[in-house]
Ligand binder design. Structure first.
Ligand code: FAD
Length: 508
């Protein structure tokens, strides 16, 4: 008999796994399949940011990243002799509004192992060694054909929704006929990961070396690991350049050969592409199947995590709270432009590296156009949500709308004692420093969206600089399940105005 699910997720890389866990936790009948039996054993992603850590808190998996990490002292651009051209420093005790350090370098095989074990014990239905072959959809249902390598048999599944989390060469995307749009960066690089004996002075900065002879990136992974990325030159053969002898030549200026062991070298085409649409009827694309950028920003997986949390709460509202399916259309509206900024921003960092390289060779660094510099750096500032389920459907009238609301944190002296995001609940929350009179009709709707009502005490607000900043700008906020601000009261906009608008957008 064909097994039926609410949602089927194809691909259990980091993004598909997170979405499976979120949906399963919400009581949604979800099946996750992956063509491979085991996790990919080598690292790709190097960095998770503060927002990613906060998202992982939702599935109690933040320790997969925080148990073994290094936090860099900053990210800098240098000339070929490692003289700093520009960059930013990161104090090691700076916690953002999300309640975490801005960036964590981690060793992906360790994190993925913990996450995979957690997934297998989560109660979600997981089928490993199961490869999607084809699917069809109508207005009611999606039907999948897959092949299981253990039983050596074809199998069929049906679901209400299908998620393509199947990575860069996504079959789901191809079967939907969704094209990838190129955003203009396309170069081959060699990525080398090594294990050192810790006897070195490589420092703790992520470095973009703007060397006109060969651009290079250095990543200070947690001990004992390090990564270099080397641009492949036009006349070089990538297979030749990946050989250990060549790799050691490239690392030579940084570290003596006896001080490290090469774990792997791989060639990657660093390109920037974006799917034309992240949805086709009942099928959604998340993660690398929807967007891929060069890794200079360390935001590829992060963009996928944002896709996962965005789609999760909307599917939850449709499947568990019986809201109309139309809200799922806002997934593409909200996520596509945001992902585009990240892909273009990553490419902009690559372009700034090129400009610095040429400038340091020709002594024309002072002539680099301001927009190239601003976009290169500006990329590190993650944008707000601009359109979608926001008051008046747009963040342009109030700078706090579409921002992430700060995580409520309990401090002991100046140290973080407890991160209390869970008090915001799983769905919408209302945070206010004043009492609000709720009308009967409003309370019916608030119950329907399972809203949590939280009156913040003076002490809590004062203790958290981010919360203070938000609560100085407005008395009351409506915060979405993914912690983005839906709306804030002003002298002209009452709580009832916010709620009426939210209701009209969710019940379309
Ligand atoms: C060198 C490098 C450095 C990077 N650094 C960072 C970084 O620092 N920070 C960051 O956030 N991101 C980084 N990234 C990007 C990040 O690695 C990716 O964005 C992330 O792995 C994408 O995850 P995903 O789950 O979407 O896809 P994937 O990890 O590719 O997972 C896709 C899964 O789908 C499965 N699959 C495919 N086809 C099928 C099928 N037909 N049926 C069933 N299963 C299928 C595959 O087996 C796989 O498990 C980097 C990438 C590279 C290459």
């Amino acid at each position: 008999m064909t097994k039926h699910f609410d949602v089927i997720i194809v691909g259990l890389g980091p993004v598909g796994t997170l979405l499976t866990l979120l949906l399963n936790q919400a009581g949604i009948k979800v099946l996750g399949i992956d063509k491979d039996i085991s996790i990919f054993p080598l690292p790709r992603a190097a960095n998770i940011d503060d927002e990613g850590m906060r998202i992982m808190q939702r599935v109690n998996l933040e320790s997969a990243y925080s148990d073994h990490f290094s936090n860099p002292s900053g990210a800098i651009f240098t000339d070929k002799n490692l003289n700093r051209l520009s960059g930013m420093d990161i104090p090691d005790d700076f916690y953002t509004g999300n309640g975490w350090l801005p960036t964590y370098f981690f060793w992906q095989p360790y994190a993925d192992k913990t996450i995979r074990e957690f997934l297998l014990n989560s109660g979600a239905t997981i089928s490993l060694g199961t490869e999607l072959l084809s699917f069809s959809q109508n207005s009611e249902i999606v039907e999948l054909n897959a092949y299981n390598s253990e039983s050596e048999k074809e199998c069929k599944f049906t679901s209400r929704y299908l998620i393509g989390a199947d990575g860069a060469s996504s079959l789901v995307r191809k079967l939907c006929g969704i094209r990838l749009e190129s955003l203009g960066y396309d170069k081959d690089w060699i990525v080398v990961d090594v294990e050192t004996n810790d006897d070195h002075d490589l420092g703790n900065y992520a470095i973009q070396v703007c060397d006109p002879d060969r651009m290079t990136t250095f990543i200070p992974f947690p001990k004992p690991f390090k990564r270099w990325e080397f641009l492949l030159l036009d006349d070089e053969d990538k297979h030749e350049m990946m050989k250990e002898r060549k790799v050691r030549e490239l690392i030579g200026p940084w570290l003596e050969s006896e001080k490290y062991k090469v774990i792997r070298s791989a060639s990657y085409r660093f390109h920037s592409v974006l799917a034309k649409n992240f949805q086709k009827e009942k099928v959604f694309l998340v993660g690398d199947s929807a967007h891929q950028g060069p890794p200079f920003m360390g935001q590829g997986m992060m963009s996928g995590y944002r896709d996962a949390i965005n789609l999760y709460w909307k599917l939850n509202f449709v499947l568990k709270k019986s809201f109309p399916e139309n809200i799922l259309k806002t997934y593409n509206v909200e996520r596509r432009p945001h992902a585009q900024f990240i892909v273009e921003g990553s490419a902009a960092i690559g372009k700034l590296m090129e400009a610095y390289s040429i400038g340091s060779r020709d002594n024309t660094i002072d002539e680099i156009p301001e927009e190239v510099i601003n976009r290169g750096y500006g990329s590190f500032r993650i944008p707000v949500l601009e359109k979608g389920i926001l008051f008046n459907q747009s963040s342009c009238n109030n700078p706090l709308i579409g921002e992430l609301f700060p995580q409520p944190i309990q401090f002991h002296n100046t140290k973080i004692k407890e991160r209390n995001d869970k008090i915001l609940g799983d769905d919408f929350s209302i945070l206010s420093k004043i009492d609000i009179n709720i009308k009967k009709r409003e309370s019916i709707f608030l119950n329907k969206i399972n809203a949590k009502f939280i009156i913040l005490k003076d002490k809590e607000i004062k203790e958290n600089q981010w919360l203070s900043m938000f609560m100085q700008s407005s008395d009351t906020y409506i915060v979405r399940p993914d912690r983005y601000v839906f709306g804030a009261t002003t002298k002209d906009i009452s709580f009832s105005d916010l709620l009426t608008d939210l209701q009209s957008q969710l019940e379309v």
